[in-house]
Design a protein around this ligand. Structure first.
Ligand code: HEC
Length: 269
């Protein structure tokens, strides 16, 4: 080894280290978005979102604007979770969702009464989210959707109310904790086989949206919990499709843990 090679080697070693650290930082950031949403689920869920937006726009509900903003963000989230988020029709639907979120914020709800008709002419929105706040101002109104209907949540589909208790509580949070605490019977699993995957995909998209809201302090943990929320919800859908009661319970438990983990670290802080 001559006398130049040691400094040279050290310089190369430092260079490699810097690249490795940067790669790791980039890797840890990951991405909020994954192409997990099957076409038929996308069609059913986005149709429901359009309906929800139009109905809220027609209603005199005092929370209509906030509900529309959340629904528009979730609708945009669906368009970011399909296999082909850059397709023209998908990008126009995302653009329409963005318009709806803006209109809701300005309290111009009348514009959204015929929301569906506005979609074809909407400007295409890119498949990269630069600032999630253009779609939704904060996570809180979206989190509220998980509460029981009586507490202002969005409730669960009638086919998911497979126990009297769930009919009363009528909320996503209550359903998840019921699924997590006891293995669902085969009969009940058959009853929820259509609606549970749809609800799970919706929760997964909300996980992706949550991911985008990582605060400066504790960003990595926040992203870890929201990725866990997204991925265990995807798994809940998959296990339901497989009619695997044990798998449904495990996925629901993992999903519930992601909520609890994040809340204990970030809620009321
Ligand atoms: C990555 C963090 C994170 C994850 C994951 C998360 N939450 Fe939250 N949640 C929050 C924070 C922070 C709040 C406090 C209000 C706010 O800032 O959104 C909250 C508030 C709530 C509220 C109270 C809403 C209100 O204002 O009364 C409910 C209900 C809720 N979350 C349900 C859930 C459920 C159910 C899940 C899992 C399926 C979940 N959350 C996953 C961070 C998270």
């Amino acid at each position: 080894m001559n006398r130049y090679s040691l400094p040279l080697l050290s310089a190369i070693a430092v260079g490699i280290l810097v690249i490795a650290v940067n790669l790791q930082a980039g890797g840890a950031k990951g991405s909020a978005w994954k192409p997990f949403l099957p076409d038929d689920a996308f069609k059913a869920l986005s149709e429901r979102s359009m309906q929800t937006i139009e109905e809220a726009a027609k209603s005199a509900d005092k929370n209509a604007a906030e509900r529309i903003e959340v629904e528009a963000a979730v609708l945009a989230g669906y368009t970011l979770s399909v296999k082909n988020p850059k397709d023209d029709a998908i990008s126009a639907l995302r653009g329409a969702a963005l318009n709806a979120a803006e209109a809701a914020r300005k309290n111009e709800l009348k514009k959204l009464i015929d929301f569906k008709k506005s979609i074809a002419a909407a400007p295409k929105a890119p498949a990269e989210v630069k600032d999630i706040k253009t779609y939704l101002h904060a996570t809180e109104p979206m989190m509220k959707a998980f509460l029981s209907k009586a507490k202002g949540g969005e409730g669960i589909h009638a086919e998911l109310q497979y126990q009297p208790k769930l009919k009363n509580l009528n909320g996503v949070e209550a359903l998840l904790s019921t699924l997590a605490s006891k293995k669902i019977s085969d009969d009940n699993l058959a009853k929820v086989s259509k609606e549970l995957p749809l609800m799970a995909y919706r929760v997964a998209v909300m996980g992706s949206i949550t991911y985008e809201f990582a605060p400066k302090k504790g960003a990595e943990k926040w992203r870890e919990y929201s990725a866990a929320m997204r991925d265990s919800a995807i798994s809940l859908a998959a296990q339901t499709h497989k009619k695997n009661g044990e798998g449904v319970m495990k996925a629901a438990l993992a999903l519930e843990s992601s909520c609890i983990d994040c809340h204990s670290e970030f809620k009321n802080k």
